[in-house]
Design a protein around this ligand. Structure first.
Ligand code: PLP
Length: 362
């Protein structure tokens, strides 16, 4: 690793695999011998078609899905999906279930509310500040979809398995754990993920949508807000965020070819999380905030004995080459985001630092 690069525990935008950054750098002035940069070529060119089609093909292979799913690259972030989902799938007479597991779920629910779309919040973990994932949820079997947030970036919780809805297809915000583990896609009508947490730079949101979901869409939506537009045009109804899509393509290639697929990715992510949680479970100085059975493998949230110590911890860590450990401003505390591209060595360095800090301040 270049000596001036830190161990990056930012929550998003976040660390990317160093080989991918190098590949971007090396090809930046002359993309595949075309004597132009990836940011200078037409999105209608054969070269860019190659990029986006390869990204789609890799996504389908990694998720083990066929042509009954469409892979889209959209703008507006996961936040626009919060609004598009009820807009597209909740025509008159339809209703959706939502599970509220934190800040992002709350925002998703708000967008259904704003549009006066029928919806039920069938479970929430708000009673304990979202420190857990609700269990034994009674879903409405006739719900058009059941919306969950697979990983709660701010509260540090994650669904370990996915709930049985009794019929309704799951729609999941996977922004902060997309491509971190294998998933059984047959349960999902749609998943979406802002790229900037786990699979690329900001500027693109990936959507994987099952073909039958498109039949729910009413006519009369604004063109850009209708999923069918983007399915029909292979995400190129208008100019797509070419550079972000290209970067995602390289990250997907890295997951497939260097890491060895999602089973291997999952193993590595578990190993990193086990090291960090395992250390904290032995310590009385650091306290993880999430219930043990709901802990996120991606965003490890924890507290120290006082806010002053937390401040010092974040500052001292930064001077030791460990960045991004401050908790989200809405919850305080500390958070180590250990996404796909964070290495085991990064987490080892963090744990070593935590030991020393505890010894000096505990
Ligand atoms: C960051 C994040 C979002 C917001 O994503 P944008 O792309 O900024 O709109 C939504 N959901 C989750 C789970 C996130 O982590």
């Amino acid at each position: 690793m270049d000596t001036n690069r830190i161990c990056n525990f930012n929550a998003g935008p976040a660390v990317l695999p160093e080989p991918v950054l190098k590949e971007i750098q090396e090809g930046f002035l002359d993309f595949q011998g075309c004597c132009m940069s990836i940011v200078e070529i037409s999105h209608r060119s054969e070269l860019f078609d190659g990029v986006i089609n390869d990204a789609v093909a890799r996504t389908k292979r990694l998720l083990n899905i066929g042509d009954d799913y469409h892979v889209l690259f959209l703008q507006g972030g996961a936040s626009l999906q919060f609004a598009m989902i009820p807009m597209n799938f909740l025509a008159d007479g339809r209703s959706a279930d939502y599970v509220n597991t934190g800040t992002w779920s709350t925002k998703a629910i708000k967008e259904a509310k704003i549009q006066n779309k029928a919806h039920n919040v069938v479970a929430s973990s708000e009673d304990r500040n979202f420190a857990y994932i609700p269990k034994d949820i009674r879903f409405n079997p006739d719900a058009t979809y059941a919306h969950i947030t697979s990983n709660n970036t701010i509260k540090g919780t994650q669904w370990t398995g996915f709930p049985d809805t009794g019929g309704a297809p799951l729609v999941a915000d996977m922004s902060s754990d997309f491509m971190s583990r294998p998933i059984d896609m047959s349960k999902f009508g749609m998943i979406y993920a802002g790229a900037q947490k786990n699979i690329g730079p900001a500027g693109v949101c990936m959507v994987v949508i099952r073909d039958d979901m498109l039949k729910l869409i009413p006519d009369g939506l604004p063109t850009m807000l209708d999923y069918r537009t983007h399915v029909e045009k292979n995400s190129m109804f208008n100019t797509p965020p070419c550079f972000s899509i290209y970067s995602v393509q390289l990250v997907l290639k890295w997951i497939e070819e260097t890491v060895g697929g999602l089973d291997e990715m999952d193993k590595l992510n578990r190993k990193k999380a086990d090291l960090l949680y395992g250390f904290m479970d032995e310590s009385s100085f650091y306290k993880p905030t999430a219930d043990t059975d709901s802990r996120s493998l991606m965003n490890v949230t924890f507290r120290l004995p006082s806010e002053d110590l937390e401040k010092k911890f974040v500052a001292d860590a930064a001077t030791n080459g460990l960045g991004g450990l401050k908790g989200h401003r809405s919850v305080g505390g500390c958070r180590a985001s250990i996404y796909n591209a964070a290495t085991y060595q990064d987490v080892e360095k963090l744990v070593d630092f935590m030991k020393v800090f505890e010894k000096n301040n505990g």
